[in-house]
Design a protein around this ligand. Structure first.
Ligand code: FES
Length: 143
């Protein structure tokens, strides 16, 4: 069957990596897109400022599942400082592109990660990094 999706997207949709929850996660981020109703939850484990484990649960479309799968793969082993610069473009690029109407699905992955990082800083009582302070949504969460 011909699809507008790359082989990489199809692979991550059919065989998603890192599905599930992390017990005693250091950060949990949940986001939803009110327009399509999809929900994504990301869990991260951090040791010595490195993301040693990342998992997700996504109730959503195939592109959202592929995006969360790829996002968790990309951030594993990265420092929290690198993760703070993580964007949905990195997910889209690594997936070999997404159709224009599905770009917002990769945005969910970026937002879920940012919320998980915010949750980490919040629960550890650490000062919020500038990168997160510029995110209005997270500011709201933090209030
Ligand atoms: Fe909503 Fe993909 S259609 S995240």
């Amino acid at each position: 069957m011909e699809t507008p999706y790359s082989d990489t997207v199809m692979d991550h949709f059919m065989n998603p990596r890192n599905v599930g929850e992390i017990e005693n996660a250091d950060g949990i981020g949940t986001v939803g897109n009110p327009a399509c109703g999809d929900i994504m939850q990301m869990f991260i484990k951090i040791e010595n400022e490195i993301i040693v484990e990342a998992k997700f649960k996504t109730f959503g479309c195939g592109a959202a599942i592929a995006s969360s799968s790829m996002a968790t793969e990309l951030i594993k082993g990265k420092s929290i400082h690198e993760a703070l610069k993580f964007t949905n473009e990195a997910v889209t690029k690594a997936l070999g592109g997404l159709p224009k109407v599905k770009r917002h699905c990769s945005v969910l992955a970026e937002q879920a990660l940012r919320r998980a990082l915010a949750n980490y800083y919040q629960t550890k009582g650490l000062p919020f990094p500038t990168e997160l302070k510029t995110d209005d949504e997270l500011e709201e969460d933090h209030e």
